[in-house]
Design a protein around this ligand. Structure first.
Ligand code: PGA
Length: 258
């Protein structure tokens, strides 16, 4: 299996139904051909319609932004992994720092979400990353390693291969600050090394590791040029089609000779 290069949009809690469909249509019709694929991480209400709209496009995939950890039952307001799969979602974002912070999602809970996603054939986009205090103390690498160990490394190798990792330093999300390409590469290399220690070089070489945190057309070339940065998880810049498509172009350009 080859490593995939991915630009994944995380729309978060943005876009009414009609606005979301317009955005997905614009991305669908402008989708550049190349080595990169793109994922649209829409709110729940858009999933089915966006999925139908992009179903003929072999480079565009559908993602939810969360799922519940239980199979089904009395969890008012929640959405299960089976429900997401039933409307055509292929990916689900798990462990975004906003969910960790505002909804108290722990590493242990996220391990359960990863399991149920994989059980229902959803590929997890697993988010990890450190806050500013941790970075200032120089503890960012052990912090991220602990997140991965606690939520992912119980997986057997064949399931680990289905996981995409998104490194998102919390201090860079939605702030306009970005990790420098060197800071991103340092972390991505450490993550790949840790996966190699646990699963071997062959599997670690196949895993896609995305960078997230104020990634936009003006800084993407330098980030995507790094050998261990396999694309981006994009918030703000995924909300308009020209920027999102420019990021896909940038990834195609960066990885065409890879
Ligand atoms: P941002 O968000 O691109 O707006 O910083 C990234 C994310 O939270 O996934």
């Amino acid at each position: 299996m080859e490593r995939k290069y991915i630009v994944a949009g995380n729309w978060k809690m943005n876009k009414t139904f009609d606005e979301g469909i317009q955005l997905a249509s614009a991305v669908n019709s402008a989708m550049p051909r190349g080595v990169a694929v793109a994922v649209l991480g829409t709110p729940y209400i858009h999933l089915k319609t966006v999925g139908d709209l992009i179903s003929e496009n072999s480079s565009l995939f559908l993602s939810a932004q969360n799922c519940h950890q239980e199979e089904k039952g009395a969890y008012t307001g929640e959405i299960s992994a089976a429900m997401l799969a039933s409307v055509g979602a292929q990916y689900v974002i798990i462990g975004h720092s906003e969910r960790r912070a505002y909804f108290s999602e722990s590493n242990e809970l996220l391990a359960k979400k990863v399991d149920i996603a994989i059980k229902h054939q959803l590929q997890p986009i697993f988010c990890c990353g450190e806050g500013l205090e941790i970075r200032k103390k120089g503890e960012h690498i052990p912090h991220v390693c602990r997140q991965l160990e606690a939520s992912l490394f119980h997986l057997p190798a064949e399931d680990m291969k289905k996981v995409t990792i998104a490194y998102e330093p919390i201090w860079a999300i939605g702030t306009g600050l970005t990790a420098s390409p060197e800071e991103a590469e340092e972390m991505h290399k450490a993550i790949r090394g840790l996966i190699a220690d646990n699963y071997g070089e062959n599997i670690s070489g196949q895993i896609t590791i995305l960078y997230g945190g104020s990634c936009k057309p003006s800084n993407a070339d330098a980030l995507f040029a790094k050998p261990n940065v396999d694309g981006g998880l994009i918030g703000g810049a995924s909300l308009n089609a020209p920027d999102f498509v420019a990021l896909i172009d940038a990834l195609n350009k960066a990885k065409s000779g890879a």
